[in-house]
Design a protein around this ligand. Sequence first.
Ligand SMILES: [Fe+2]
Length: 154
Amino acid sequence: MVTGKVVGAELSWLDALYREELLDLANGLGLGTFEPSADERSAINVNVLPPGSEYEWHVDSNPVTALLFGTDQPAGTGGELVFRPDPVTRPTEDWELAVVPRAGDLLLFDGREAAHSVRPVRGATERLTVPMNFYFAGAGVTRPDDLDRYLYGE
Ligand SMILES: [Fe+2]
């Protein structure tokens, strides 16, 4: 896990992509006016999942996440990003959507009521993604404590 502090210091082109072009893209969705996260550590991350690892089910606190896939996970090698209705806020819905990572693809989603997880990476290669969080302008940043403990440790 490469945190936003490191991305800002070492990967300025990626940080600029998040704060400029992708912010414009989010603002063009017609869903409101967004701003990059004020929480430097979690605003933009580079996530590397080694073979054998996965990512647990959760919902997001931010209204728009932009996820850039950095690696291909060929069919049958796991690592799919899977969405399903959050059982707390959408208990009557029953559906599942699996997204197969393809390097260069960009996915924008609202993960507040669509729970999501990453299936175990079964291939021989790492799975790399760049999640970028946007919040409604002026609304501040809210993050559950247990999420940051899960992502970054104590
Ligand atoms: Fe998420």
